[in-house]
Write a protein that binds this ligand. Sequence first.
Ligand code: SF4
Ligand SMILES: [Zn+2]
Length: 127
Amino acid sequence: MSKNKIESKREREKRTVSLMISIYCEKNHGSGKTLCPECRALKNYAMTRSEKCPFMETKTFCSNCAVHCYKPEMREKIREVMRFSGPRMILYHPIMAVRHVIEIKKEKKRLSQSQSRDTSGKGKANE
Ligand code: SF4
Ligand SMILES: [Zn+2]
């Protein structure tokens, strides 16, 4: 993947996460157009994580990341946001929601392929 593509993927991820946090905050904290301090801190944190993510080229979701660079408290918060806002995105931003679903499908396929590779590769180390 070219550097430009990686950067546009990073920007897309940041936009998606921002939107999800906005939806969550508006519905749960009644904050309207501006984020409450807690969600603002979460957004800043998530943006920094995306900026520094070393797996941008290959990653789909942070939830499947083996490293998971989020500190536990923020990880819990972002999970809650994803659970809440994921299904609601279709109302607010259908294109982003469709992309999100495509990413989920790709991730499932990738995981099942790597699982079958793991299984078929078993025992090869002893050959
Ligand atoms: S959790 Fe993993 S994929 Fe997500 S930003 Fe951190 S290192 Fe990157
Ligand atoms: Zn909030």
